[in-house]
Design a protein around this ligand. Structure first.
Ligand code: PRP
Ligand code: HPA
Ligand code: MG
Length: 183
């Protein structure tokens, strides 16, 4: 039978639940100040950004709307296919809106670079990015990200929304996936 020992699949916890929540609180205070008096449209990138959106949005005390875009480029792999596929588009027109894209991770940067280009064509008043995690050593394109939670090493991580083959999204911490799981 397949192993059910989730902890045995993890090499090391990188960011704990508590560190995540402290950081999101800190980022929320900056976002509130930067968008004071503005209506903000938060756009979460499904599926990975679900946890960040849930926790960040509840920290914010200004008026916000929430919409979702579903894109995928990793499939069941630990490497980006480089091809971003839209699985669900926004319900909201971006024309004249202040948009904050909420992401779990910037790895190669290909997903966000594609999304930023796609959104720019829709006439938003402003577009910024908030990402909980970023891997500086994995960047294939540079992304201008105003709100970054943690810079992490170039290793495949799971938890807090991040998956490998759709598993591990429900873990509370962010951890490095043990190589034996995908080797
Ligand atoms: O910077 P990149 O190399 O493009 O990687 C980052 C993207 O990859 C992951 O999504 P994925 O395609 O795995 O879809 P998912 O969110 O449904 O897991 C993650 O949630 C980001 O959206
Ligand atoms: O390190 C990662 N883990 C899970 N999903 C991802 N998508 C891009 N990078 C990662
Ligand atoms: Mg994924």
């Amino acid at each position: 039978m397949e192993s059910t020992d989730v902890q045995g699949d993890l090499a090391q916890v990188l960011v704990t639940e508590e560190q995540i929540h402290d950081k999101l609180r800190e980022l929320a205070r900056r976002i509130e100040a930067d968008y004071e008096g503005e209506d903000l449209l938060l756009v979460g990138v499904l599926k990975g950004a679900v946890m960040v959106m849930a926790d960040l949005s509840r920290e914010l005390r200004n008026h916000v709307e929430i919409d979702w875009m579903a894109v995928s480029s990793y499939g069941n792999s630990t490497k980006s296919s480089g091809v971003v596929q839209i699985r669900k588009d926004l319900d909201t027109p971006l024309e004249g809106r202040h948009v904050l894209i909420v992401e779990d991770i910037i790895d190669s940067g290909l997903t966000l670079s594609w999304l930023l280009e796609n959104f720019a064509a829709r006439g938003a008043a402003s577009i910024e990015v908030c990402a909980l995690l970023r891997k500086p050593d994995a960047a294939k394109v540079e992304i201008d990200c105003r709100y970054v939670g943690f810079d992490i090493p170039n290793e495949f991580v799971v938890g807090y929304g991040l998956d490998y083959a759709e598993r591990y999204r429900n873990l509370r911490d962010v951890a490095v996936l043990a190589p034996h799981v995908y080797a």
